[in-house]
Design a binder for this molecule. Structure first.
Ligand SMILES: C[S@@+](CC[C@H](N)C(=O)[O-])C[C@H]1O[C@@H](n2cnc3c(N)ncnc32)[C@H](O)[C@@H]1O
Length: 529
């Protein structure tokens, strides 16, 4: 009797053919026939790994040498002589096919940062390094210090040492340390002690170590069949529990591929709308971020998951603001820069990239607001207003775009003002220079959006209404104006900072990918009356 399969047809895969042959062998009472079935089944199973290796790309000479050395190293002696922590089994080396698999995965994912949990002799790490771009890195976590000495010379020989970062120690504490550094990874490969898999999985997602759109690959998730058949040992049981927990996680998609001992590919669900507003793993920079609206915007970006560089002309205040964000658990740095100086703008971008690893979001928010009757406005007030509010925004955009265009993505947001709107002029405040400088910001935003949009860089602006700040609450000159303003605001009140924060996150997130050159006016409807 042939075996029965869920598709109701004849055996269709190597495993089904083996199953069919063994079923026939079991049921056959004729010894020669039984042997014949078993031999055929054996030929299929024993030839599979060799065949898949043979018809997949030949590994580089560096990878081939490392695999060979991993299989032939005297691990018993290495352990007994006090070198290696354990007597590693040779089969711990994932081998040629997995090296090939990860090489392809890294290329398909366009990965730059890869994390391997459980390095052993680094054969997969080396294949990954070969596939990474020049500035890519494979970070390897390994508990046995002996293996670092084994692996490094091979990377050196391949000229790839600059792409290797090894952390020796228990993987769980290394993951905690990496999380503190704010790093995220495009591909993570978990292949260490099986009983700790669930712990590693929880740490990876708790600390957002997997970049948005990244892939987590977990090895040995079929675990010699123990995951679904027979009496599993400690590791088999752990893998069973791990697989059950992963498939029940509503936030991810998982597929278990029967590649060698099973590789699970796990990705975050991409269809949740809320995912599009997450800034997890991204790096933002906010000019004029040390106080007021700039600091609130920086807070909003940090609360949505971004690391934040606070840039301000006042370095001390920038440091205090960064410390304030750090206390809230937001990874933050402070940079002193004068946005009216193009060199400072270039430096704030390079320092952010150097210290935080990227620049995904830039908010050009530094601005000044002076008032005077137009007929009396001094040349100094006029030029300083334009110098900070308009020239500073342009120099910022320019420096930011040079970086963002080179990586093909980025979000630039400029702080405009309700005062920029064509049909509205703030009244009775006399601030012609300010109004004109902010109108220029909006036109600049539209122009840059048109120039850079197709190259992956979104440029938009945000124009807040009259925000209820301490300055307004405490100013004797402004207080009498509040009632008049409110009478012309359909929302019936001044704007709260919280009214603006979500708008800022929207402009910074993938949620606004199709929004270009838009001036997001959040003014309670004031410009309509
Ligand atoms: C299966 S091997 C890794 C094979 C490797 N990924 C490859 O592709 O060839 C497992 C490795 O995990 C390491 N390991 C085991 N427990 C660990 C732990 N708690 N923290 C870090 N590494 C650990 C072992 O020393 C061993 O080198």
């Amino acid at each position: 009797m042939p075996a029965k399969f869920s598709h109701n047809g004849p055996a269709d895969t190597p495993v089904e053919c083996i199953t069919d042959l063994l079923t026939r062998a079991l049921e056959s009472s004729e010894v020669t026939q039984k042997d014949e079935y078993i031999k055929k089944a054996l030929a299929i199973s024993s030839g599979l790994d060799e065949y898949t290796d043979a018809v997949s790309t030949v590994p580089s000479s560096g990878c081939a040498a490392l695999i060979k050395e991993s299989f032939h190293h005297d691990w018993k002696k290495a352990h007994e002589s006090g070198g290696a922590k354990y007597e590693h089994p040779t089969q711990a080396c994932a081998g040629q096919l997995e090296g090939n698999f990860f090489k392809s995965l890294v290329s398909i994912a366009g990965a730059k940062e890869v994390l391997e949990v459980g390095m052993f002799t680094g054969t997969t790490a080396l294949a990954i390094a070969e596939a990474l771009p020049e500035d890519g890195k494979v970070t390897c976590l390994e508990i046995d210090p002996y293996l670092e000495g084994f692996v490094r010379p091979h990377f050196q020989k391949a000229g790839l040492e600059n792409k290797l970062d090894i952390h020796i120690g228990d993987a769980a504490s290394s993951l905690e340390k990496l999380a503190k550094s704010g790093k995220t990874f495009d591909v993570i490969f978990v292949d260490a002690d099986k009983p700790s898999y669930k712990k590693y999985y929880d740490l990876i997602f708790k600390h957002n170590l997997l970049a948005l759109g990244g892939v987590l690959a977990v090895d040995n998730t079929i675990f010699k069949g123990e995951s679904y058949s027979g009496q599993p040992g400690e590791s088999g049981k752990a893998i069973r529990a791990f697989n059950e927990a992963v498939v029940a996680d509503p936030n991810i998609n998982v597929v278990v591929l029967p590649v060698r001992d099973g590789i699970s590919l796990i990705t975050r669900k991409q269809n949740a709308t809320s995912d599009r507003y997450s800034l997890t793993g991204q790096v933002a920079m906010v000019t004029g971020g040390a106080q007021g609206l700039g600091l609130s915007f920086a807070e909003a970006l940090g609360e949505a998951g971004a690391s934040v560089a606070i840039v301000d002309i006042n370095g001390k205040k920038a440091e205090a603001a960064a410390a304030h964000l750090q206390k809230k658990g937001i990874r933050s740095i402070a940079l002193q820069a004068d946005v009216t100086n193009p060199d400072d703008c270039t430096r704030m971008v390079t320092s952010t990239v150097e210290q935080l690893g990227a620049l995904d979001i830039a908010l050009n928010n530094a601005g000044i607001n002076a008032s005077s009757p137009a007929e009396e406005t001094s040349e100094k007030e006029w030029s300083s207003t334009f110098s900070v509010n308009t020239h500073g925004v342009f120099y910022g955009c320019q420096a930011e775009a040079r970086h963002m265009l080179s990586v093909g993505r980025g979000k630039i947001i400029n702080t405009g003002s309700m005062a920029s709107l064509p049909g509205y002029v703030p009244n009775p405040q006399k601030q012609a220079a300010y109004n004109a400088s902010k109108a220029a910001v909006v036109k600049l935003t539209q122009s840059l959006a048109v120039e850079w949009g197709a190259r992956g860089v979104n440029v938009n602006s945000i124009s807040p209404g009259i925000v209820e700040t301490d300055l307004i609450k405490e100013s004797k000159e402004l207080q009498p104006l509040v009632e008049g303003w409110i009478s012309r605001i359909p929302a019936g009140r001044l704007c709260y900072v919280d009214d603006l924060k979500a708008g800022m996150v929207f402009l910074a997130s993938r949620g606004s990918d199709y929004l270009m050159g838009h001036n997001l006016v959040i003014d309670g409807g004031q410009n309509l009356l």
